[in-house]
Write a protein that binds this ligand. Structure first.
Ligand code: NAD
Length: 306
């Protein structure tokens, strides 16, 4: 049986590693959070105390960590993944880390003579649970077939976006669209509510109209509109506000590097940042609607409208 190591057992890592277990892999897991380790162990993951221990003799290593900072630390640190594996082991980072960090990790991998692919994902926790994620691979051609095979149990669509950095480039562009959609869906929901619209009826209208978008249908910000959406579960993440703000800042960074205008990302980032300052950082990103409703109520109290 093939053995893999999985570093980062959060909202995405837990269901993704479960698919690898179901596909017959032995999975060794590492996470700094005790609750994450416990949840993974319940699924059958062999929890290890250190990255070095988890990586000993494995066929592949996956990372699913919050940002480029943790990914660089875990992969390139003194007792990290690159220092603990054989040259034949494939390392796949599925986190969203942006183009610059991907560039740095590819350079470290090359220096250490290690096989590395970026394979960020789209599809949310829903796609992670269903095993229907879209993967965007960025790596050199000779490794593509092996990387695709390893991602198979978790993916609905597995794309080779291109060489090093192309996977993160595709993800950054995708999440520019997604992030702006989440922000505008929240603004629209707050406005619709202030205008006295029935949010469930408006949902039925919008998904049949030009406003339709994936995040509105799956992560609708209105309470009780979509039973499975974070809004109907107390805005518990899902996809944390600070992670979405991170993705928008990665798009802003990419835009600056190549001179592209991304003013909508800047506007969405600014309102998410305000919501984080209001205490919404670890809630689902659609909880942005709560800060927008509060701000509207302060500006013009509902009783003044009615
Ligand atoms: P999460 O915060 O739920 O999970 C991250 C896990 O990494 C946590 O359990 C944390 O304890 C662990 N961790 C942090 N530093 C560590 C370290 N040094 N060593 C070991 N473990 C460490 O986040 P998530 O929602 O699972 O997202 C993970 C990545 O996937 C992010 O880059 C995110 O942007 C991306 N992503 C998330 C979604 C989503 O819907 N949640 C969708 C697509 C992509």
């Amino acid at each position: 049986m093939k053995t893999i190591a999985w570093i980062g057992l959060g909202f995405m890592g837990i269901p993704m590693s479960k698919h690898m277990l179901n596909a017959g892999y032995i999975v060794r897991g590492v996470d700094i959070d005790a609750a994450a380790r416990e949840a993974a162990a319940k699924n059958g993951v062999e929890v290890c105390a250190t990255v070095a221990e988890a990586c000993k003799g494995v066929d592949a290593v996956f990372t699913m960590l919050p940002t480029g900072t943790e990914v660089k630390e875990v992969l390139t640190g003194p007792n990290g993944v690159f220092a603990s594996i054989d040259p034949s082991t494939v390392v796949i980072d599925c986190s969203t880390i942006g183009i610059e960090n991907a560039r740095a990790v590819h350079a470290s991998a090359k220096k250490a003579n290690r096989i590395f692919a970026e394979a960020p994902v789209s599809g949310g926790t829903e796609g992670a649970i269903d095993g229907s994620l879209t993967f965007m691979i960025g790596c050199d051609d000779p490794h593509v077939a092996r990387v695709k095979e390893l991602l198979g149990p978790m993916g609905g669509y597995i794309a080779h976006a291109g060489g090093p950095e192309a996977g993160q480039a595709a993800k950054v562009v995708n999440n520019l669209i997604m992030g702006v959609c989440v922000a505008v869906n929240c603004e629209a929901t707050a406005l619709a509510e202030r205008l006295g619209l029935n949010l469930k009826e408006f949902f039925e209208i919008a998904i049949r109209s030009t406003a339709d978008n994936w995040t509105f249908r799956v992560w609708n910000p209105g309470v009780g509109v979509v039973a499975t959406a974070p809004a109907s579960k107390g805005y518990k993440a899902g996809f944390k506000t600070w992670l979405l703000a991170k993705d928008l800042s990665l798009a802003m960074e990419a835009g600056r590097e190549v001179g592209a205008t991304i003013a909508t990302a800047e506007a969405a980032h600014a309102i998410l940042k305000k919501h984080m300052d209001n205490g919404g950082a670890d809630m689902d990103a659609t909880s942005l609607v709560l800060s927008l409703k509060d701000a509207a109520e302060k500006a013009v109290p509902q009783k003044a409208i009615a």
